[in-house]
Write a protein that binds this ligand. Structure first.
Ligand SMILES: [Zn+2]
Length: 340
C-alpha cells in the first residue's frame, strides 16, 4: 500500500509518501480501505516527538478514519461496507474497563498513536471498533467525527453536564475540538463565547452558534468573558491549549464553574491559581475521547442535522506533507482531511 509515514521526528518535512507493508489482520480484526482520514493536533505531537509513538518509528499517524471493509473474518461485517472507526483501544478486563470506564483503561491506546493509523490506503483495526457509517454521512464528514466531535461531546455532556441557560467558553473555535464544542454546547441549550486567532475566523465561529467571538491575539479573553457575562464569569470552559491559556481560563469561570481540559496542544503544562479553585469551589475535569455508544449518539445527531462536522479542506493522501503544514500553520477552520 501507499502510506504517508515518518521515520524521524520533526516538522511536516519528515512526512514521506511511500510504499509500505500491507497490514496483516488477525482473527478479530478488520482491514479497512481508507476513504478519508482527519488530521489532529495529537498527530503533530507524535510527529515532533512530544508524544513519541509507543511502538517506535516508522509510524503512520491518523486517528479518525472512514472507509470500506477490505477484508475481515468477523461475522457481521462484509467487504465493501461503509464504516467509521472508533479510535480508542481498551483491554476490556482491567478494573476500569470492568467498571465501564474504558477510556481510562490501564492499557488504553489510540488508533494512529499506539498503532499505525489512517494516513494510508489501508489500516487494520479491531472489528469491535467498527461501526456502520450511515448513508446520509459522506466519508469526508464522517472522518471529522470520531475524535474531535466525540471528545467534545463527552467533555460537555458527560463530564461538564452542561445544562440549558448556562454559559460556556470554548477555546479555539477554528480547531476540530473547538468547532465541535461550540455546536454541542448550543445543542445543550447553553450560550457560547469563543476565541479565534485571526479576524477572518470570526464569522466562521458565529456560523457555528457562538454568540460572542474574541480574537485572543488582540483582546483579553478573560476580560471579554467577564464583560459578556456581566462580571459573573462562565459556568464551563473547554480548554485544550495548555500553558497560559489554561492558567487564565480559571479567571473566566464563575463560582462552582468547571474547567474541562481535553488536550495540551501548545504545551503539556499549565499553572493553576489555587486560591480561585478552592475559594470559588471550581472543578478541574480531565477527559479523553468518549465511548463507542456515544459515537453512535453523535452520528445520529449528524444524520438528523443537529450537529455538522466541519471540514476545512481535503488533501489527496500523497499531499499529506502539505496537509500537515496547513494544520501546523493554523490556517484551518475545522478539520483537515486526507482522502484517497
Ligand atoms: Zn482495560
Amino acid at each position: 500500500m501507499k502510506a504517508a509515514l515518518f521515520r524521524e521526528h520533526g516538522g511536516a518535512e519528515k512526512i514521506l509518501y511511500e510504499d509500505y507493508r500491507d497490514p496483516a489482520i488477525g482473527p478479530s480484526e478488520a482491514l479497512v480501505r481508507v476513504k478519508a482520514c482527519a488530521l489532529n493536533q495529537v498527530d503533530m505531537l507524535l510527529l515532533d516527538g512530544r508524544f513519541p509513538p509507543p511502538e517506535g518509528l516508522p509510524h503512520i499517524n491518523g486517528c479518525e478514519v472512514t472507509g470500506t471493509i477490505e477484508a475481515t473474518g468477523v461475522a457481521g461485517l462484509r467487504p465493501g461496507q461503509r464504516v467509521i472507526v472508533f479510535p480508542g483501544f481498551s483491554c476490556g478486563a482491567c478494573e476500569y474497563c470492568v467498571r465501564g470506564e474504558r477510556t481510562v483503561c490501564v492499557r488504553y491506546g489510540y488508533l494512529g498513536a499506539h498503532k499505525d493509523g489512517g494516513y494510508a490506503e489501508l489500516v487494520k483495526v479491531p472489528a469491535a471498533n467498527v461501526l456502520p457509517l450511515p448513508d446520509a454521512i459522506s466519508f469526508e464528514s464522517g472522518a471529522a467525527v470520531p475524535l474531535a466531535m466525540l471528545t467534545s461531546w463527552h467533555a460537555l455532556v458527560a463530564q461538564a453536564e452542561v445544562r440549558p441557560g448556562q454559559t460556556v467558553l470554548v477555546q479555539a473555535a477554528g480547531s476540530g475540538v473547538g468547532s465541535a464544542a461550540i455546536q454541542i454546547a448550543r445543542l445543550c441549550g447553553a450560550r457560547v463565547i469563543t476565541t479565534v486567532g485571526s479576524d477572518d475566523k470570526i464569522e466562521f465561529a458565529r456560523s457555528l452558534g457562538a454568540e460572542q467571538v474574541v480574537n485572543y491575539r488582540t483582546q483579553d479573553f478573560v476580560e471579554e468573558t467577564r464583560k459578556w457575562t456581566g462580571k459573573r464569569g462562565v459556568d464551563v470552559v473547554v480548554e485544550h491549549i495548555g500553558g497560559e491559556t489554561f492558567e487564565r481560563s480559571v479567571y473566566a469561570l464563575t463560582r462552582l464553574g468547571k474547567l474541562v481540559t481535553i488536550g495540551s496542544h501548545d504545551t503539556h503544562w499549565g499553572r493553576l491559581d489555587l486560591r480561585h479553585v478552592y475559594s470559588k469551589n471550581l472543578r478541574v475535569l480531565g477527559t479523553n475521547l468518549g465511548s463507542i455508544v456515544e459515537l453512535g449518539t453523535v452520528l445520529d445527531h449528524v444524520v438528523q442535522g443537529r450537529l455538522r462536522p466541519v471540514v476545512d479542506r481535503a488533501f489527496p493522501l500523497k499531499d499529506a506533507r502539505a496537509a500537515v503544514q496547513h494544520v501546523l500553520d493554523r490556517k484551518n477552520k475545522g478539520k483537515v482531511l486526507l482522502v484517497s
